[in-house]
Design a protein around this ligand. Sequence first.
Ligand code: C2O
Ligand code: CU
Length: 414
Amino acid sequence: MPGPEIRVRQASRLRVEFENQLPQETTIHWHGVRVPNAMDGVPHLTQPPVPPGGTFLYEFDVPDAGTFWYHPHARSAEQVGRGLYGALIVEEDDPDALPCNRDVTWVLDDWRLMSDASVSADFGSLRDLTHSGRIGNTVTVNGRVTESFEVHSGERLRLRLINVANARIFGLVFEDHEPVVVAIDGHPTEPHSPEGGRIVLGPGMRIDLVLDLNGDPGSQTRVLDTYYERAAYRLLDLTYASSPRRDRTWETPPRPLPPNPLSEPDLLTAEHHEVMLGGGMMGRMTHAMVDGQRFDARELFRRGIAWSINGIAVPQDRHAHEPLAVLRRLASYVLTIRNDTAWPHPMHLHGLAFRVIARNGRATPRREWQDTVLVPSWSSADIAFVADNPGNWMFHCHILEHQAAGMMATLRVS
Ligand code: C2O
Ligand code: CU
């Protein structure tokens, strides 16, 4: 792991012949890509699951440039947790969209390893389901425990960060460097320094950075992950080669990337919906509906169900359920996502991209386009989008244990 990095040019057609060599059924989901619904890879909802030994042909046009990824969408907590994922990079049509020396992908994951370095098999433990999800004890970059990453003085990197971890949130700090964020979840944003100098990625999220390497040849600096303050650690060192690479000077700050062809939501006519996230340990959820039946919290926990959206829990791979909302094709929507729990939730919407227009009721400065929005505990985020892609789209927490334990719903665009 990771699986092969797939690179395609924007607006081209991607064709993937998939063969399932697992002993379990599965599918492939193209996280963040605005695919036709039948290609979205959600078992039962958009396609039959692919049985062991079975095949499926995924074929679709990629409308947006940017950093995306692919992963199974069946028993995700275990299948993704065991390393099934890869990067999907869609290159801008204009090869000079972002001049740099190197275009580098870091697939960030963490693992819960036993003392013999095997993957702990305790997937779906009640503690992980009801608390922060399965946070591991070993972090990898592109599938390896990485001590150092070699760079050259004077070079400019485009660094694509992808958080594929089940549950770990990353908060990266590049000591002595000033990374510039140029895209979030694949979509260009005005180039800017990250808030507090730290790049925060919830599970499922991507951030593209421009990193100007201005250190001295032969020097070394650290990349730290300080998200969980009491468990901060060094991710790796940036190690400068002894020879500089000063072949040109770079525009600072970098030019914005060309925008993707997204429909602009009309906030004046947008229909507003409230989405309440509930559950988990130390939460206020007293009961929830599962398959049309009402259960109290203790009974839910006994069944490994811990989270709800608007009072309804849709546990693992239960894709036959009523949609949370039916949206009219081409209409604009604003969803206020309220996190009424003691845990952060990276909420991911399939098939569409949305603008994050407000947090806690206050307008965001850049109204970023994203497909996954990290909503801190006891806070809210407003997202806005045009329902321009018809179909049944999953809307779920990308902490895969939370998804498995109920924090999942469908938005139908018809
Ligand atoms: Cu990255 Cu529903 O998934
Ligand atoms: Cu969650």
